[in-house]
Design a protein around this ligand. Structure first.
Ligand SMILES: N[C@@H](CCC(=O)N[C@@H](CS)C(=O)NCC(=O)O)C(=O)O
Length: 214
């Protein structure tokens, strides 16, 4: 019996954990839901939402932030040095400040969604992207926390790749044209051997944009 990740057939909030387990060579199984099968399964999840990580004994862990850190620790992708761990978390929390700005737009009708996202990118979202650009520029061609890849690099990579996939209404594929450090960082993390191996095997849908040259 291996770990199971319960989620939808998209990268979304499950992708960092999938990448961590894959890079760490830790066996896991994806349990994928459609709208209808999720409705049936919803009551069995701790907080009625996914992603959920199910342990071999049937225990279930919810909240992507907890799942990401746990799987990163299993895979050696959560820094052991408390200071580096804090810097990894700092980058992820700044990223969350940006992605949280999107959450209310998902349920809007198409035209309102596009407008809300464009306004957000021109306002508060743009301010967060500038902060992310500054942070990523400060590490040069290194990693966000210490001398090696961590879950923070993966979290930013997943989020940035999703943003430029061209399938999110109101978010242009060239979002990073004015953010050269973010663009270069995304491409660089895509070439990390474990990341590249994962997307060589998984390149459908949104994941076509998770390649180095996307
Ligand atoms: N804070 C939670 C949010 C989880 C969440 O919003 N999950 C969504 C999918 S991305 C969900 O399950 N939506 C269906 C529902 O709420 O019924 C996390 O990060 O795991």
């Amino acid at each position: 019996m291996s770990l199971k990740i319960h989620y939808f057939p998209v990268p979304g909030r499950a992708e960092v954990a999938r990448l961590c387990l894959s890079i760490g060579n830790i066996p896991y199984e994806d349990v994928i839901y459609t709208g209808a099968t999720f409705g049936e399964a919803k009551p069995k999840f701790p907080f009625g939402q996914v992603p959920v990580l199910e342990f071999p004994d049937g225990k279930m862990l919810a909240q992507s932030g907890a799942i990401d850190r746990y799987t990163a620790k299993l895979a050696g992708l959560y820094p052991e040095d408390p200071i580096q761990a804090a810097f990894a978390d700092q980058a992820v929390f700044l990223l969350n400040d940006f992605t949280d700005l999107f959450s209310s737009s998902y349920s809007l009708p198409l035209e309102e969604k596009i407008k809300a996202r464009q306004d957000m990118l021109a306002g508060k979202g743009g301010e967060k992207l500038k902060l992310l650009e500054k942070l990523v520029a400060s590490i040069g061609d290194k990693y966000l926390a210490g001398a090696k890849l961590s879950y923070a690099d993966l979290a930013l990579f997943v989020s940035f790749s999703t943003m430029i996939c061209g399938q999110l209404d109101g978010i242009p594929k060239d979002l990073f044209k004015n953010y050269p450090a973010l663009k270069a960082f995304r491409s660089r993390i895509a070439t990390e051997p474990g990341v590249k191996a994962f997307y060589d095997k998984n390149s459908e849908g949104f994941r076509a944009a998770f390649k180095p040259d996307a």
